[in-house]
Design a protein around this ligand. Sequence first.
Ligand SMILES: [Fe+2]
Ligand SMILES: [Fe+2]
Length: 283
Amino acid sequence: MTTNEVIAKVKRLPAVSQAALKLVSLLDQPAVSNEDVVTVLKYDDVLTAKLLRACNSPYFGFEEKIFSVEQAVLILGHQQILHMVLSLAFGGAMSTTLPGYAIEARELWSHSVTTAVAAEQLAKNGLPMELEPPVAFTAGLLHDIGKLALNQVLDADAQSAIRSRIAQSQFPRNLAEREVLGTDHAEVGARLLETWRLPDEIVEAVANHHHPVSTPVPKLSAVIHVSNGLVHLIGSTLGWDCYAMTVDARANQALAVTPQKLESLMIEVHDSAKQVEHFMNLA
Ligand SMILES: [Fe+2]
Ligand SMILES: [Fe+2]
């Protein structure tokens, strides 16, 4: 099957807020004003209502109640608003069980949020390329979204063929999918993001998160690859994918992630547990 054939077979694609997608597409633009962000969000009443409820939650502990999107954007800033909007827009769909992947409810969401926090942290700590932390966060959050679609075409035969390739031939998960289905969750995820018109940099990162581009200049895919590996290392379970996970040493090298840096990153991500929990609760 080609990627397009798989997507055509998928019956239920996550219905994602257009306002959230528009907000992500703004990441591509050089200067985004508060007004731009407010204008985009105001199109979506449901998202706005959820956002205001989240802004007034005990997590933030603001003394004054936030009544409008204008106020929320002004007080919380673009980055925090993007985090919350993405969590509200994707958290529900990504919290379902995925039997084709042996993924329990909320496992994919937890894995994705932790990868997003790790990628953002990596971007903040300095990389040998220019990368905005919100872009890293978004790509991290959406890197495995193709699993939502591919899960729907994974019948029992395909599941057991993939499982035996991983168990007997030590295939990484994406290669086993490619052999059995003709495509993999990274490719399917990237096509979904393309349909949603998300920035090319994020589409590339999702497409290549299992075989990252590290030369001549490392790309965002290398950042997501390393973050994904780091999250598996700190023990975020994800079906039996964790047993088929390998990290490309060239990606670590290209990003100058030494064993010491990896260790401090793991501690930082671990310390962000409260933040991760907050995102999880928004779903
Ligand atoms: Fe993946
Ligand atoms: Fe992953």
